[in-house]
Write a protein that binds this ligand. Structure first.
Ligand code: NAI
Length: 480
């Protein structure tokens, strides 16, 4: 704690560098800056206490400071052990008017290279407000903050945290330990926190899937807004963001020439489409694997070979998973990959790759090349290069998506936070999406920033296609 702010970051002396990059990012985040201007002096988030769990990057710093400018108090943690940019974390703690000795910013609990117990500690710190107040809003990416609150409430009601089961992951065992400790210290901690929460806004496909599962089981404890499925989020961040940051991660991690190589992309959803395009852009021959015939046909129409992973492993130089599913690349697959083939995952969790199986493989050895790059040596002598230990390698090996595309995503986050904070009584404990007019508003701001000229409908044209001159321009079922 310094100047009344509790925090845990790697190195506070990095704050000036962080501030410089935040300043450059602000120019590239016109959506967030437009909200700062629009709500100047209005403070729609006054009284909001937002606990945020989202990659602590430079772009997220601009989001955090926008939420603060709109009146919110904020506490933050990263949603991935490798995704924090330490200079951004330090700058957010110091704030725009503070110093290293006298920080005036936001409590941040995040550093690059957390262990899993440290990760869940930061998650708990971010949700634990001083003075016994809890958060009244959650801003989540992947659903870990929401999970901790929901599991905490469940086990407090039962009065006991169950013992881990054999098939629970090592990570889930840490979650159970975290909750066991908090139950011993305060039998009502999570129940009290949950009662104060007006809602959660969720950033990504995987977190949204978890929310719909909770809602379907009737277990969701507060309303949720699915930010991911705003068109200006998933059709831009997931796709064009990864088109930038996937190859950035491969380059920084391995510096291997991508041109001429065979790259397999598992999954052809939004992230898969952007991944395939970025690899093709570098001159790779891209092959796609899919389980869904519609997405598989799209891949074929886009000119990619569609194949099963097993079929193409013998020729694959690079394998990237983008599915949000588990066990997509098994240890058997890994053992059949080419010598020094590169394996990386950009789906939200590391269980897309069977990392646990790899660690247990008889006779396997691990040779760390540098942070977030490991060579795994099979008994045959053949090796594979695994990026970021199977976790989001575009954030672990590089710096994630660039500012401009994150401005789209985070503009939707800001809108969703204002909506649930100010109108939570109007929402049941279900999962909602933002109205299309707001999506179009976000797109309009970013189009203008790029110098794009939008054609305006005449009244007659608008009537003819049955829309309003000012929009929304599409029906909700339109797919873009
Ligand atoms: P999506 O649902 O659009 O795409 C996933 C695709 O994978 C689907 O088409 C599905 O049919 C396919 N799939 C599922 N199981 C498969 C399997 N066993 N083999 C081959 N294909 C399979 O989801 P989206 O939006 O593309 O997100 C994918 C993942 O990426 C999620 O975990 C999401 O949270 C994460 N994400 C990561 C980002 C990053 O910066 N790395 C950014 C945005 C999302």
């Amino acid at each position: 704690t310094r100047n009344g702010i509790d925090f845990a970051v790697a190195d506070m002396s990095l704050h000036e560098f962080g501030r410089k990059e935040i300043r450059l990012a602000e120019h590239e985040m016109p959506g967030l800056m437009a909200f700062r201007r629009e709500y100047s002096g209005v403070y729609p988030l006054k009284g909001a206490r937002i606990s945020g769990s989202l990659h602590m990057t430079v772009q997220t710093a601009v989001l955090i400071e926008t939420l603060v400018d709109l009146g919110a108090e904020v506490r933050w943690a990263s949603c991935n052990i490798f995704s924090t940019q330490d200079h951004a974390a330090a700058a957010v703690v110091v704030g725009r008017h503070g110093t290293e000795e006298e920080p005036k910013g936001v409590p941040v609990f995040a550093w690059k290279g957390e262990t899993l117990p440290e990760y869940w500690w930061t998650c708990e710190q971010m949700l634990t407000w001083p003075g016994g107040k809890g958060p009244n809003m959650i801003l989540d990416d992947g659903g870990d903050a929401t999970l901790l609150v929901h599991k905490g409430v469940q086990y407090e009601a039962a009065g006991v945290v169950p013992a881990a089961e054999d098939n629970d992951s090592d990570e889930y065992k840490i979650v159970l330990d975290t909750l066991r400790n908090s139950l011993a210290a305060d039998g009502k901690k999570w129940t009290t926190i949950a009662e104060g929460i007006r809602g959660v806004t969720e950033e990504t496909t995987t977190g949204v899937m978890r929310l719909y599962q909770l809602a379907a089981a009737g277990e969701l404890l507060f309303p949720a807004i699915n930010v991911n499925d705003a068109v200006t989020k998933s059709k831009f961040d997931n796709r064009y963001g990864i088109r930038h940051s996937l190859i950035d991660g491969i380059n920084r991690g391995t510096d291997v020439l991508i041109g001429g190589k065979v790259a397999v992309v598992c999954g052809y959803g939004d992230v898969g489409k952007g991944s395939a395009e970025s690899l093709r852009g570098q001159g790779a021959r891209v092959i796609v694997t899919e389980i869904d015939p519609i997405c598989a046909l799209q891949a074929a129409m886009d000119g990619y070979q569609v194949a099963k992973l097993e079929t193409v492993l013998p020729i694959a130089d690079i394998v990237i998973t983008t599915t949000g599913n588990k066990d997509v690349v098994t240890v058997e697959h890994m053992s059949q990959m080419k010598h020094q083939a590169i394996l990386g995952n950009v789906g939200h969790f590391d269980n897309e790759l069977d990392m646990a199986g790899l660690q247990r493989y008889p006779g396997i050895r691990r040779n760390n090349i540098k942070p977030q790059v490991d060579e795994w040596i099979f008994p045959t002598g053949r090796t594979i290069i695994v990026l970021s230990e199977g976790r989001l390698m575009n954030l672990g090996n590089a710096t994630g998506h660039p500012s401009f595309v994150m401005s789209n995503s985070f503009s939707n986050q800001v809108i969703a936070q204002i909506e649930l904070f100010t109108k939570h009584e109007e929402y049941d404990n279900e999962v909602f999406r933002l109205p299309k007019v707001l999506d179009e508003k976000v797109a309009r701001i970013h189009l203008e920033a790029l110098g794009g000229e939008l054609t305006k409908l005449t009244k007659e044209q608008a009537e003819y296609i049955d829309v309003d001159v000012e929009g929304p321009f599409k029906a909700d079922h339109y797919r873009y």
